[in-house]
Design a protein around this ligand. Structure first.
Ligand code: AHR
Length: 326
């Protein structure tokens, strides 16, 4: 930032004039924010991190301390402890899973550092351990997907065979989306769960577990729908299915997915994914608003849910997908 200011000053001055360096104490102080991101497992996650990096810039007055936990809660806990030592003004946490946060969040609270949860949420008895949560209502998203499946298979009298690919077990995204499907399977006598596989929200892992499961069946199973808990699991499942002769689309296996990333919507436009339930990663501008409110002594809402929509192939055009931010 200091270098940038010096450069700007130099560029604005007429030739021959030495640039005037602002004294250290006159440079605007940066607000230090610590962000503990859980990893980079998916397209959603990459876009979510980008949103943070483009919002909390030095130009906007922030020094961003960003830690990627590589999908390990222990790394997130260590990052939070480091942020506390560094006396950041706010901690932004994208929590990997719902449990195990009490102690470290108590430490942040004792140090007077507000914590804003982003994307996923956590389960704690004392809700004052975090200032606010900004993210998706995953149960709502799951219910949208299930509603579409109910409509699609409304007139099917025979069995509806569903393969369920879950996201990271114990994350609020997995719990909400899985719960919606589990309830629906309980409601419909002809819906049958073929298998529940853990794809961890990761494409390569999903490809592996799906291929292994398909290859372990005595005969190629009849699959009507695959409920994939994010786009990357959908991509992995589609690859494994197609390699084994299945067709994904209205004439074959119906793929339901969450996120609606650029690649997910492209698959949807092509018909391979039948339904996309949006999960919006571009949350950083709202995080900044909530942080500013806290700084001014205001009390934010406890939960801010992002507005999201559903997409089927008929809703999409190439132009629409191309102008999306992620
Ligand atoms: O928590 C949101 C989920 O996490 C997204 O659906 C998925 O892509 C990500 O990894």
């Amino acid at each position: 930032m200091k270098k940038l200011l010096a450069l700007l000053l130099a560029l604005c001055l007429p030739a021959g004039c030495a640039p005037k360096q602002l004294p250290e104490e006159e440079l605007p102080a940066l607000t230090v924010i610590g962000v503990s991101q859980m990893g980079s497992e998916s397209g959603f996650r990459v876009a979510n991190s980008q949103s943070i990096h483009t919002t909390f810039t030095e130009e906007a007055g922030y020094r961003l301390l960003f830690e990627d936990a590589q999908q390990k809660q222990d790394n997130q806990i260590a990052a939070i402890r480091k942020f506390i030592q560094q006396q950041v003004e706010c901690i932004v946490l994208m929590p990997l899973c719902v449990t195990g946060w009490e102690s470290v969040l108590q430490e942040a609270k004792a140090a007077g550092i507000p914590v804003i949860l982003v994307d996923r949420t956590i389960q704690v008895e004392d809700e004052s351990l975090y200032a606010a949560h900004i993210g998706s209502d995953f149960q709502w998203e799951g219910e949208q997907a299930v509603g579409w499946l109910e409509e699609t298979f409304r007139d099917t009298e025979g069995p509806v065979n569903i393969l369920h690919i879950q996201g990271t077990l114990g994350s609020s995204a997995q719990l909400g989306r899985s719960a919606a499907l589990e309830k629906a399977i309980g409601r419909h006598e002809n819906w049958s769960l073929l298998a529940r596989l853990n794809g961890d929200f990761i494409q390569a892992k999903t490809y592996e577990v799906t291929a292994q499961w398909l290859d372990s069946q005595p005969a190629p199973p009849e699959i009507h729908a695959v409920y994939c808990e994010n786009d990357n699991t959908a991509f992995g499942a589609i690859q494994a299915l197609e390699e084994r002769g299945y067709t994904c689309g209205p004439e074959g296996v119906r793929i339901v997915s969450f996120d609606a990333t650029y690649q997910g919507l492209t698959y949807c436009l092509e018909g391979k994914i039948s339904l996309e339930v949006e999960c919006n990663p571009m949350m950083a501008p709202l995080v900044e608003e909530v942080f500013q409110l806290l700084k001014e002594g205001g009390t934010p809402d406890k939960h801010y849910y992002t507005r999201e929509q559903l997409f089927t192939p008929e809703d999409l055009t190439r132009e629409f997908i191309d102008q999306r931010a992620y």
